[in-house]
Write a protein that binds this ligand. Structure first.
Ligand code: NAG
Ligand code: NAG
Ligand code: NAG
Length: 188
């Protein structure tokens, strides 16, 4: 029952994600983060199984820096079932020092616009990023992770760099699923 209510809860969130028994584990996050280099377009290469995005292909994230220092988000995807394209706008804010890669993300148009953590565990800005999100709910924690890449179909060497970050942080690779980035419209 608890599991179901957690799933219903997170299904209202764009960061719908996997409930785990146990609190959020420690993560080793990068130093000297530069948000100006992180913005721009990213392709979702792999993700944790996430309800909201179920069946989503051609998933992209566009991040723009606004004048007040917040990051405007435009996520796009195409339903693998219906072929219908959809997008959602969000906003992210750095929660600590400007060189600390910890952000909080909100999607105001959702029925339940919760602030979700968005931590960039590591990125080289030009090929890959590994993003982690974890929130404690009592004895559970809701976890999500993404591998984002600058190219829609990155070479294996790029994914290997992301896997190293995942392994270094003891995140199980078993929950990752590949995002379909084939036959996507050019505008995506
Ligand atoms: C920052 O700017 C963006 C876009 O201009 C706006 O949506 C957001 O509400 C602003 N945030 C704050 C805290 O002023
Ligand atoms: C970011 O800026 C680009 C180009 O200026 C624009 O096409 C895109 O829609 C913007 N994205 C967001 C989330 O505002
Ligand atoms: C991952 O596990 C190893 C071995 O148990 C441990 O030494 C290391 O600190 C862990 N990494 C993190 C980021 O907690």
């Amino acid at each position: 029952m608890l599991w179901i209510s957690l799933v219903l809860f997170v299904a209202g969130s764009a960061l719908a994600q996997v409930p785990f028994l146990g609190v959020c584990p420690n993560m080793e996050i990068m130093m000297n983060f530069e948000v100006e280099k992180y913005v721009g377009k990213w392709y979702e290469a792999e993700r944790y199984f996430a309800l909201f995005e179920f069946g989503g292909k051609c998933v992209t994230a566009n991040y723009n820096l606004s004048e007040n220092g917040s990051v405007q988000i435009m996520n796009k995807q195409i339903s693998a079932l219906t072929g219908v394209a959809s997008s959602i706008e969000g906003i992210a804010r750095l929660i600590g020092r400007s060189d600390d890669p910890k952000l909080t993300v909100t999607f105001p148009s959702l029925p339940l616009p919760v602030d979700a953590p968005y931590w960039i565990l590591d990125t080289d800005y030009k090929s890959y990023a590994v993003v982690w999100s974890c929130t404690n709910f009592g004895v559970f924690s809701i976890r999500n992770a993404w591998i984002l890449t600058r190219e829609p179909r990155p070479p294996v060497a790029v994914l290997e760099k992301a896997y190293q970050v995942i392994d270094r942080n003891n995140i199980s690779r078993a929950y990752f699923i590949r995002t379909d980035q084939k036959n996507c419209p050019a505008t995506y």
